[in-house]
Design a protein around this ligand. Structure first.
Ligand SMILES: [Zn+2]
Length: 222
């Protein structure tokens, strides 16, 4: 075995060891724009943990009324039952009532209050791994309360990347109204693809004054 190969194996062993010892008891935040497969990734992560014998609790704020109550549904067709909670729910108490939960997966975590994110962090001190999936900013480009607190206290922050209609990286959540990008209105206005679109900053600015033409393809021309 070459020295280089031995070295690589030692590196791999070290990181496997690190993962085993330190990957538990962590608060993770995985964020992306609308349509970036956040819910699909949340469900796939739940599947992955369950395959390895972990008890997983799927939860989400009841604020999101797009889907039937107590279901997380992704655009690519995956879905799973979940437990919903209100903005005044104590998540430490809620999760302690879920039998044998080892991993907590939170969808639409941006709608949590700052206090609830602190409660999720507290859960990591009780041998629980907490993975949050959600948006970073609202349709005005401002942090949601829940995402702001996650950026402040999560140990692991990862972006789920997706692309804009122009082919650039999408970073903004555009709210569509009358064929334009709107920056007026309440922060929370639940909707799907008919109301929101992930865009790059340049397109988000451009389409505030330039109508989105029906003739313009919603994708980059190859
Ligand atoms: Zn763009």
């Amino acid at each position: 075995m070459s020295t280089k190969l031995c070295f690589n194996i030692k590196i791999v062993d070290f990181f496997s060891f690190y993962d085993i010892i330190f990957s538990m008891k962590r608060l993770y935040y995985k964020y992306g724009v609308m349509g970036s497969s956040k819910s699909a990734q949340a469900l796939m992560t739940a599947f992955n943990y369950r395959q390895r014998g972990y008890n997983v609790a799927l939860i989400k704020p009841s604020l999101d009324t797009r889907e039937a109550c107590e279901i997380i549904h992704s655009r690519i067709g995956l879905s799973s039952p979940c437990t919903t909670f209100a903005i005044d729910t104590d998540l430490v108490k809620l999760c302690s009532q879920i039998p044998d939960a080892q991993v907590i997966i939170v969808d639409e975590a941006q709608f949590c209050t700052s206090e609830q994110i602190d409660q999720l962090k507290e859960l990591t001190f009780s041998d629980l791994t907490v993975l949050c999936y959600g948006l970073k900013t609202n349709f005005k480009g401002l942090l949601f309360e829940g995402s702001k607190r996650l950026f402040e206290i999560a140990e692991s922050i990862q972006e789920i990347k997706s692309i804009c209609r122009c082919g650039a990286k999408a970073t903004m959540n555009a709210r569509l109204k009358n064929n334009l990008v709107s920056i007026d209105g309440d922060e929370i206005d639940i909707g799907g693809d008919e109301k929101y679109e992930g865009m790059c900053y340049a397109c988000w600015k451009k389409y505030q004054t330039t109508p989105l033409s029906d003739l313009e393809p919603n994708k980059k021309t190859p």
